[in-house]
Design a protein around this ligand. Structure first.
Ligand code: ADP
Ligand code: MG
Length: 579
């Protein structure tokens, strides 16, 4: 662990202008990738930087890029290449923030689908250019962009940029840059085959790899649900009603399904907007802006929104379809849990083959993806009731309601109703106002099969919601001390100050035997046999992942992946949905 001082922006050789701009962004400390990469980049090294999604890679390359520009020079000195238009716009906006106090820095964002003229105008003065490969090549052909004075070229989402769909374009662009340029690659994922290609472009590169055991951020809880293919839309509907994320992204593999899902969700009382490559750029920009501003809280998208997009407070990501390769899963779910926040991902699985893919995926990312069962209509009604009761309680504590007393007297004195009856009738009236239909799911086959063999036992764990415990913590504690697999862990109910979990009797005995050896969140914890009943019948169960009374099942067993590579599905994507 480096000394704290390495994480202070003041101490990593930045100019006062940049330090002030970073202060304005309220970044108190550099993230790991920033602390390591910024000094190396300022020394002029070529560099490959890898760290998880949402760990601040943009600033890791953006800050030194702004530093290296000679303010006032009116030609491109830094070129950032991005796989999507939305990401190019986002990076350009970030660059402007870093350059706030540095005079003479001019940023241009150039991407397809937008008129050429304003871009040509911007390019006349720009010294930092951010673009998608196709449009960069257009401007190079027209000679409205020249790269003779380029000092630094950055490939954000580098593995995607060097993938088959973009490789030729990148080669063409780099061929027009000076030999002695500095070349910089960043991504959360860097498959070995792509790493090999980078040798062609880099000179004695430094590598900054912020090692983490898991390829995904550990603050993202990951779940999957077995649902019939024909009920996937209803499943998303139900999960959204249950979890009510402030902001969420639903990923689908096809543009037509994005459109269908948006129609379905809007017909069913949600406010959703779609984003995919067949849309006009103005529409895409409008949708992203609406999503950032919170006008539409649900974004339904193809993988065009998977790479690099940073929108605050995305609380959940839903995979309507399983993505076509593992890297895409990592990038999709990485839209949540950013900058140290928590998040959840929910993936729909329709058959045994897909369930096996999830197991291989869980092994590849080295993180549990827990099976959860769909919430029931009762769960949702209960949730509505609890919300309404909380509102009523708040209203009662805030106000007095003298103006309604006459009506109440009439109901009680004239009609002879009890006050309790009147209150219940009012609650029911209020609850039935929500006309949104609740789809009904049978409990999944997995739910019934689980633990069919052998008796079940409930274990009590002396840690609960108040200490921030998660299902992952419990599974990890058990699998690290015993030789049980994560599958041995059945339902988990988290309460305020304790947790109940269900296991086969034999497995429960093994866990209880080791009691005293378990640590969760730095504290010794104990598992002991309990006579208490599991969840649904009990009040106050922790609604984790926003989903009260859902059943969580253990991590899939560590089976060998069916395929040797990490990609699966019919065909590996050759190019981006919409470069
Ligand atoms: P990545 O490219 O690694 O996925 P981003 O560069 O998009 O991540 O940054 C993710 C979020 O973290 C952004 O909202 C950004 O403003 C924020 N962020 C970046 N660096 C810091 C920092 N040093 N302190 C606090 N927040 C940061
Ligand atoms: Mg990024």
């Amino acid at each position: 662990m480096p000394a704290i001082s390495e994480f202070l922006f003041e101490n990593i050789g930045l100019s006062l202008e940049l330090v002030q701009a970073i202060k304005d962004l309220n970044y108190t400390e550099a993230t790991g990738i920033q602390a390591k990469a910024i000094p190396l980049l300022m020394q002029g090294n070529d560099l490959i930087g890898r760290s998880c999604t949402g760990t601040g890679k943009t600033a890791a390359f953006g800050i030194p890029a702004v530093e290296c520009v000679a303010g006032g020079e009116r030609s491109a000195q830094v070129l950032v290449l991005s796989p999507t238009r939305e990401l190019a716009m986002q990076i350009a906006q970030e660059m402007c923030k870093y350059a706030k106090y540095k005079p003479g820095v001019a940023v241009a964002a150039i991407y397809g689908g937008a008129p050429m003229e304003p871009q040509i105008h911007q390019l006349k003065t720009a010294n930092i250019v951010i673009g998608t490969p196709g449009r960069v090549m257009d401007h190079l052909r027209r000679r409205t962009l020249r790269l003779d004075n380029l000092r630094m070229v950055i490939l954000d989402e580098a593995d995607e940029m060097l993938n088959m769909g973009f490789l030729e374009d990148i080669q063409t662009i780099l061929a027009q840059t000076p030999q002695q340029r500095q070349t910089v690659l960043f991504s959360a994922t860097m498959p070995p085959a792509i790493l090999k290609i980078t040798e062609e472009f880099l000179r004695d590169p430094q590598t900054v790899d912020i090692q983490s055991e898991q390829r995904t951020i550990s603050t993202i809880e990951q779940f999957y649900y077995q649902v019939p293919q024909s009920r996937k839309m209803d499943a998303i509907n139900l999960l959204l009603q249950m979890q009510e994320p402030r902001r969420s992204v639903i990923f689908s593999n096809t543009k037509s399904m994005v459109d269908e899902l948006v129609c379905y969700l809007n017909d069913h009382g949600f406010k959703a907007a779609g984003l995919h490559g067949d849309m006009k750029q103005a529409g895409r920009t409008h949708v992203m802006q609406g999503f950032r501003e919170g006008k539409n809280r649900i974004l339904v998208a193809t993988d065009v929104a998977a790479r690099g997009i940073d929108v605050e407070n995305i609380e959940a990501v839903y995979n309507f379809d399983i993505p076509q390769d593992f890297e895409y899963y990592i990038h999709r779910i990485g839209r949540t849990g950013r900058a140290g926040k928590t998040g959840a991902s929910h993936t729909l699985v329709c058959n045994r083959h897909q369930a096996e893919i999830i197991r291989s995926l869980s092994r590849y990312i080295n993180a549990p993806i827990l099976e959860a069962s769909m919430p029931t209509a009762e769960n949702i009604q209960q949730k509505h009731l609890e919300k309404l009761s909380a509102k009523v309680a708040k209203m009662l504590s805030d106000h007095s309601f003298t103006q309604y007393e006459n009506q109440l007297d009439q109901l009680t004195n004239t009609h002879g109703f009890a006050l309790r009856e009147v209150a219940c009738a009012l609650l029911q009236l209020q609850l039935t106002k929500d006309k949104r239909l609740i789809p009904v799911f049978k409990a999944s086959a997995a739910t019934h099969k689980s633990f069919q063999n052998g008796n079940r036992m409930v274990l009590h764990l002396d840690m609960g919601r108040q200490e921030g415990i998660t299902p992952n913590d419990i599974v990890n504690a058990i699998t690290s001390i015993t030789n049980l697999s994560a599958r041995a862990v059945g339902k988990i109910d988290i309460f305020d100050d304790h947790t109940l979990l269900e296991m086969r009797e034999n497995d429960a005995a093994i866990v209880a035997q080791q009691s005293g050896n378990y640590t969760i969140k730095g504290r010794a914890v104990h598992f002991s046999p309990s006579n208490l009943t599991m969840r649904s019948s009990l009040p106050n169960a922790r609604h984790f992942g926003g989903a009260p009374r859902m059943e969580y099942r253990g991590k899939p067993s560590r089976e060998k992946p069916r395929r040797s590579g990490k990609s699966f599905g019919e065909k590996r994507r050759r190019s981006y949905d919409c470069p």
